[in-house]
Design a protein around this ligand. Structure first.
Ligand code: COA
Length: 159
């Protein structure tokens, strides 16, 4: 049984993240989408809200589960006994950050391998902060996020 972890802040999950989830779930028998508590980022949505949104979006994907983690990602991998990490590479600009993170994680835990997947090119410009900004300014986000995320974002910015 080959399992993988797809970690991220998912504040919120976008169609680009979903594309990576779909690709990874076709390759691996079991995929854990791990929502990072990520205190350094001050997310708009709480960890529970981010997890609930991901759960709703992946509810029909039988081999995908949703969890959260705090602390070091490699410790989470070891606790789960899962040694494949999925990250999305959207554009060349992602490379340096992802390269640094993958090599740091490799130094910390050589048994954990990072695997990069490229989301569909139509999603390669997407980012969660861009989507949040558009929603805050009342723009239409339906081409950027799945419907449950759009509803949650619209509720959040109206509140
Ligand atoms: N589609 C759309 N957007 C994407 C994307 C995709 N396929 N892939 C990445 N992004 C965007 C996100 O929307 C996010 O955008 P934003 O910054 O505008 O909000 C940005 O890329 C990065 O987000 P994400 O993929 O969620 O990663 P992250 O950098 O926020 O978090 C963790 C990555 C959680 C894996 C990392 O912080 C971590 O490992 N934390 C634990 C601490 C640790 O172990 N540190 C040592 C490792 S170096």
């Amino acid at each position: 049984m080959q399992a993988a972890i797809y970690p991220g802040t998912f504040d919120p999950l976008t169609l680009g993240h979903l594309d990576v989830i779909e690709r990874a779930s076709r390759i691996f028998d079991r995929l854990i989408v791990a929502v990072g508590v990520n205190a350094s980022k001050k997310p708009l949505f709480s960890t529970e809200e981010r997890m609930a949104m991901v759960r709703e979006v992946v509810k029909d994907m039988a081999n995908v589960e949703v969890d959260s983690f705090s602390g070091l990602l490699v410790d989470y991998c070891r606790n789960k006994h899962v040694y494949a990490l999925i990250r999305g590479l959207r554009a060349f600009s992602d490379f340096e950050y992802e390269f640094q993170m993958a090599l740091t994680n490799r130094k910390l835990a050589p048994e954990v391998e990072t695997i990069f997947l490229m989301p569909k090119e139509t999603h390669s410009y997407l980012s969660s902060s861009m989507v949040r900004r558009i929603a805050e300014m009342g723009g239409n986000i339906e081409n950027f996020v799945p419907p449950p995320v759009r509803r949650a974002l619209e509720r959040q910015v109206r509140a």
